[in-house]
Design a binder for this molecule. Sequence first.
Ligand code: NAD
Ligand code: MG
Length: 304
Amino acid sequence: MSDRTRETRDQYTFTDPSKLYAGYDPKRQHQPEPGLDQKLDPKPDLGEDTYRGSGRLQGRKALVTGADSGIGAATVIAYAREGADVVMSYLPEEEPDAQRVAAIAQDAGVQVVTVPGDLRDPAYCRDLVERAVEALGGLDLVVNNGGKQVYVEEIADLSDEQFDDTFKTNVYAMFWITKAAVPHLPPGSTIINTTSIQAYEPSPILVDYASTKATINAFTKALAQQLAPKGIRVNAVAPGPVWTVLQVTDGQPPEKLDEFGENTPLGRMGQPAELAPAFVFLASAESSYVAGETLGVTGGKPTP
Ligand code: NAD
Ligand code: MG
């Protein structure tokens, strides 16, 4: 066990979920955007030591954005262990995180391809899809997960540039990538978007971010109806408070880390490893009758 897994757990072990990760207590810390998972203390659990695959995505061809760290990285590790080849998108500054996660995923014996770039650039988003199709010999699974979250206390201080960047990263990139991917997706393919509890319970200091997450929910539900007749399912995952580098790169004021996640019914923050199974379920044929759904993984916080 590495220090990333504070106690023995995997997705099959009978455990009290309110006691998992007991003693996991991040101190206040800060990194400039986009930050490195490797510099977090304590390290998030990405499932490196624990995720056990069972062939649920054998032969699938996946593209994951925000794949170097946090929820995206845990999803890459799970997908690889379930038998999928994966293309990873992330920012060039995140190369160290991306290389670590790619190596872990490759150990599962699948193909892993890294394509760094900026999601705010439509040309990169389109090229990313083309390169994924080329490298994997097709595409049947798209996870739009990359995201920007920077808190601002007062709307007077919310710059046009930040508002634009947050929407470009969280919403436009999802649109550009999905639009480029759909012509390549055979029936049976799945698209998964990453929304948030913020779509339903927006924080006063996350006006731009929360707005993008509500948009992602509507986009998901509209597109799901459009693509279902083509045999393509579109769904979303809505995480609650999860320990990732997003939280220490001005996603929250540092003092909020003192009680991060404690207001959930389970009384604690979640770990990326606890999100990955939701992304596996919505990707696999197990969820064949699920479309237009937002699956909350919120520590028990109610969602509509
Ligand atoms: P993270 O920082 O580990 O992942 C976000 C990733 O987005 C980064 O690693 C980066 O690769 C990518 N990204 C950001 N800006 C980019 C850009 N301009 N170009 C390319 N890539 C860019 O944090 P995370 O918490 O794992 O976030 C993953 C998703 O989960 C995000 O959509 C986030 O909004 C969502 N989410 C997180 C939480 C939480 O509590 N951590 C809660 C709800 C939703
Ligand atoms: Mg990252």
